[in-house]
Design a protein around this ligand. Structure first.
Ligand code: CO
Length: 139
């Protein structure tokens, strides 16, 4: 197993609008597209383009959202996960499961429309890590 590019850094926030304003002021950053709901995962998402990667701003859609629990501990928001690309998601999952790395939940469609899963932070040196299949078309 060898990872591909760092696709994005996930940042939890109580307000995507406020975070966008902050990123605009601090870094001159603009959203890659308008915010959108990922209802199945209980989150609202907006990507901000950086020259070499993206920031994924993540806001809870409701009190049951996994991000809501993160924000209880970190009310201002904060770094939530890293996302690395791999060429083949099933091959990656088989690799991690085969060596006993805990995979969180089923493989599902992520915010970029390609299959993803998460690795447990207790097995990744404390960093919740998203593994994402690279989009088939170059971007
Ligand atoms: Co992500």
């Amino acid at each position: 197993m060898r990872f591909g590019r760092l696709n994005h850094v996930g940042v939890a926030t109580p307000s995507i609008e406020r975070s966008l304003e902050l990123y605009r002021t601090l870094f001159g950053a603009e959203p890659a597209s308008p915010p959108f709901d990922l209802s199945a995962q209980g989150v609202r998402v907006c990507f901000v383009d950086a020259p070499n990667s993206q920031i994924e701003l993540i806001e809870p859609l409701g009190p049951d959202s996994p991000i809501a629990r993160f924000l209880e501990k970190n009310p201002d928001g904060g770094q939530h996960h890293l996302c690395f690309e791999v060429p083949d998601i099933e091959e990656a999952r088989t690799f991690y499961e085969g060596q006993g790395t805990r995979v969180l939940g089923p493989t599902r469609i992520g915010a970029h429309g390609t299959p993803i899963f998460f690795l447990h932070p207790k097995d990744t040196g404390g960093m919740l890590t998203e593994i994402m299949e690279s989009p088939k078309q170059a971007h």
